[in-house]
Design a protein around this ligand. Sequence first.
Ligand code: 1GP
Length: 227
Amino acid sequence: MTLIDPATSGIEGSAKIAHEAERAGTDFILLGGSTHLSLKEMDQSAISIKSKADLPVIIFPGSSNMFTGHADAIFFMSLLNSKDREFIMDHQIKAARIVKKSGIESIPMGYIIFEPGMTVGKVGKAMLIGREDKGLAVDYAIAAELLGMKLIYMEAGSGSPVPIDENTVREVKKYLSIPVIVGGGIRSPSAATKICGAGADIIVTGTIAEQATDVYATLKPIIDSIK
Ligand code: 1GP
């Protein structure tokens, strides 16, 4: 999946990244990831992305204000290791009616942030899980599955210097029946293959596409390495 944050890439820039990412073989666009996006910006970005790419667009919300009916689905997510209930349940309560009424596919997802956590760790007031703390990672992941969540997202934080340790991913996968997404700091085919080799079902990259002068040439080798 390719994460696009219109707060960083702009509306036209977001559509351009989506188009190039699609050519490179990405399967989904994740839209969001920032807390600074207005609903209008979300609407315009989703419309613009969909005009340039045929990929499904999934909202990856930073807050309850980021729901656009122009996307195909939303990760209805809970930041499970936040110490602030705002990110565990309050945004979800605020967004519930509008999401339900829209009829858009809502995918329940357990979001777990690992060290170093970067901006999302700070903003989300996460009690960060150690990169190699397999025990705690497994406990969170199983709890999410038992709560009925359909996906687990193991996040190191956008722009993290290193991804989550692949052995932690491997351990989590031993216990889960639901798919695992891994993101944060994945920038090379070797990092991608290590994490997918450990059992990750989906990987997310954001920063490399955002910063690339040639999005296609940057993403293609990574996507090819895991498909
Ligand atoms: C952020 O995991 C994603 O939620 C992507 O991280 O920007 O480091 O690729 P990067």
